[in-house]
Write a protein that binds this ligand. Structure first.
Ligand SMILES: [Zn+2]
Length: 683
């Protein structure tokens, strides 16, 4: 009897087949004496469209919302139907005794496999391959320690609840907004509060009034000092009072009244989880979150030199410590070898506490190099950049702390005080490993190098100068800071619940997709390295239900999904809450007295309905004109394709006038979910 192995995508399937000794290959599977390896292409199934439950739900009508299926149905994705049928055939072969789920070892990967097996009517025994790297050794060990699939049931329930919640919230709120205001508006469980960060920031910046202020700096010859008033505040907001103090100080000398010296140690920054790696890659190389995820996925799956990327842990487990020397050896023929010599190799297996923490590793550990030797010349430049970031961070975590001495002086001139801060490096420690991101080292920018000084020393003021400064508005978001806001919303919005929940918006695996979705739907736009809300983003914001604007509701949902995955919450309870919330959100929209104000109107009238057309951009960022009315749907300027679509729209409109059902109308959220799934399968 044979075992069927289901991988997430063809490339991984081929690798697994090779390791399992399967040689007999066909278009959709590879067979060997003991195993048959086949593959999904990301999701092959999706939640059925509303129209498949109920004829009434096909049309966009405010009265029928919210649409909530009693039991969700699945439907096959057309493009990959053939592959599904092949898998189904294999599953039902009489010589196949059991199936091993070998899809991506995470929440979404579990769902990919379970939906296929559910639709194929699988009755055979299921096991799970759960690995954190794709080296030959890791795969072999994984196959010798297969898990019972039951251990992952909770993860499957969490994944399914996530999908159903996105369907219920996104579809109903988007449809409610679109029909209520006859406009093209789409909202979502994670994307809307994420957009909220940008909108709030934009409002703060708009209301910001810059203020001039002044600092006073005295040069005492051996060092400089910064003036601070009795409340320890260095800033004068009034030019006159600064001038008065300055006059009072001229030609005088000061006495050192206080000297402090202290030794500081700063431990290495933590190893990377996906979000932290995406943030640093954005800061250092300007990479988008999506680009970093794609590269790190290649380094994991194809190059096999980095461990599983979609992780939210920044630690490794104690049983991995013995593998550290081999992981270092794998870097032998890379530029990183230069840093290995800074390491005390006899110490690396002593398991530093900032790297090893069993309690903080759940499904996967931090992203670190595998034992697979790196073939540096085969990597492209993007792969080299990301690998260098991750591997040098790993080497940093194996290094000693950075040690430095801080010296502070207080120099008194009459009644006025000047402050001086300096530092001296004692031992470089992890900072000797450069090439990666610097991380927090505890040093402040205004530190100067400072010799030894004693209390009672007298120093004359050589020069006294004032520096004019201006208060700065809060900075625009970049992908790095937006990822941080999604991960730790409590840092960006004061709300007691956010801190307590410890949950963010989305998961490490989905955050890049949310950012891409906001960009492709023009709710958000790039402005150089910054991200700003688009005109469509503001339009949506005016109308979106209040509770969906704040990250609190979504963080609560996310925390509930984590509880389902851990087995401490039943998915039924969560779904009941989602259904209640969707009813509330829809009634907030339908009862609203707000008015839709389209932004960026042009001077041109819509040839179909007579409204003013809106300036916007198509998916490829070409300028186009669209009718603000969703039910009209007229577009122009997007080339030949747009023109023929308009012909269809006109024809449809005419048919409608004759009482025909508008059959082609689909809803935007289904498109959105489809696009997301297709993105997964493309990888
Ligand atoms: Zn129109």
């Amino acid at each position: 009897l044979k075992t069927l192995v289901l991988a997430e995508k063809p490339s991984v399937g081929k690798d697994l087949a090779h390791i399992l000794g399967c040689r007999n290959s066909s278009r959709s599977y590879i067979e060997g004496p003991n195993y048959i390896v086949t593959w999904a292409m990301g999701h092959l199934a999706e939640l059925a469209d509303p129209g498949e439950y109920n004829q009434d739900w096909k049309e966009w009508k405010l009265e029928v919302l919210p649409t909530i299926p009693e039991k969700f149905r699945l439907s096959l994705i057309g493009r990959t139907r053939k592959q599904f049928n092949e898998i189904k055939k294999l599953l039902h072969r009489s010589d196949v005794s059991e199936v091993i789920i070998a899809t991506d070892a995470g929440r979404e990967g579990e769902l990919v496999a379970r939906w296929i097996l559910r639709l194929a009517g699988n009755k055979k025994k299921m096991k799970r391959l759960w690995i954190s790297s794709y080296t030959q050794q890791a795969v072999k060990t994984g196959f010798s320690q297969l898990k019972n699939s039951k251990e992952y049931d909770s993860l499957y329930y969490a994944a399914q609840s996530r999908a159903e919640a996105d369907w219920i919230i996104g579809l109903n709120v988007s449809r409610a907004l679109s029909t209520k205001y006859d406009a093209r508006l789409s909202a979502g469980r994670v994307q809307t509060p994420t957009l909220g960060f940008l909108i709030q920031r934009e409002k703060k910046r708009k209301n910001f009034v810059p203020k001039k202020y002044w600092n006073l700096q005295a040069d005492f010859g051996a060092y400089t000092g910064l003036y601070r008033d009795e409340k320890n505040n260095p800033d004068f907001f009034d030019f006159e009072s600064m001038q008065t103090v300055k006059k009072d100080l001229e030609g005088k000398s000061g006495i050192i009244v206080d000297v402090k010296e202290s030794i500081h140690t700063s431990p290495p920054p933590l190893a990377y989880d996906l979000t932290a790696l995406q943030r640093d890659a954005n800061r250092m190389y300007g990479y988008s979150a999506k680009k970093t995820l794609d590269i790190v996925q290649t380094l994991y799956e194809r190059r096999k030199i980095l461990s599983y990327p979609r992780t939210d842990s920044r630690y490794i487990t104690s049983d991995m410590v013995s593998s550290i020397p081999d992981r270092i050896k794998a870097l032998a023929h890379t530029p990183l070898q230069n840093f290995v010599k800074h390491l005390d190799l006899s110490k690396v297996t002593r398991a530093p506490k900032w790297l090893v923490n069993d309690a903080k590793v759940s499904d996967h550990h931090a992203i670190i190099p595998t034992e697979e030797p790196v073939h540096w010349d085969q990597l492209d430049s993007d792969e080299k950049s990301i690998f260098t970031l991750a591997a040098s961070r790993f080497l940093q975590t194996l290094s000693e702390p950075f040690k430095y001495e801080v010296r502070t002086l207080v120099t008194k001139v009459g009644e006025h005080s000047f402050f001086t801060k300096g530092h001296r490096t004692l031992s470089m420690g992890w900072k000797a490993v450069v090439g990666g991101a610097s991380g927090e080292d505890g040093l402040e920018e205004d530190f100067q190098s400072l010799g030894v000084h004693r209390k009672g020393e007298e120093h004359e003021i050589h020069t006294l100068k004032h520096m004019e400064k201006e208060t700065q508005p809060p900075a625009l978001f970049t992908e790095a800071t937006l990822l941080e806001a999604m991960e730790k919303p409590y840092k960006f919005m004061k709300h007691p619940k956010l801190k307590e929940l410890e949950s963010g918006l989305g998961t490490p695996a989905t955050r890049a997709d949310i950012i891409e979705k906001l960009l492709s739907s023009h709710l958000m736009e790039r402005d150089g390295k910054s991200l700003v809300p688009g005109g469509k983003g503001f339009e949506l914001w005016d109308l979106v239900p209040e509770s969906l604007k704040s990250p609190v509701l979504t963080a609560e949902w996310e925390a509930a999904l984590e509880s389902i995955a851990k087995g401490s919450l039943r998915s039924k309870e969560f779904m009941n809450r989602i259904i209640q919330d969707s009813r509330k959100l829809v009634s907030e929209v339908s009862g609203s007295k707000l008015k839709f104000t389209p932004r960026n109107l042009s001077n041109k009238d819509c040839p179909l309905c007579g409204r003013k057309l809106m300036n916007t951009k198509d998916k490829k960022s070409n300028a186009i004109l669209v009718c603000p009315s969703r039910s009209c749907g007229y577009e122009e300027g997007s080339g030949q394709k747009g023109a023929s679509q308009n012909e269809k729209r006109i024809a449809r409109r005419e048919m409608k006038n004759y009482g025909h059902q508008d059959r082609e109308e689909t809803f935007s959220l289904a498109d959105m979910i489809k696009a997301k799934n297709q993105k997964r399968s493309k990888k």
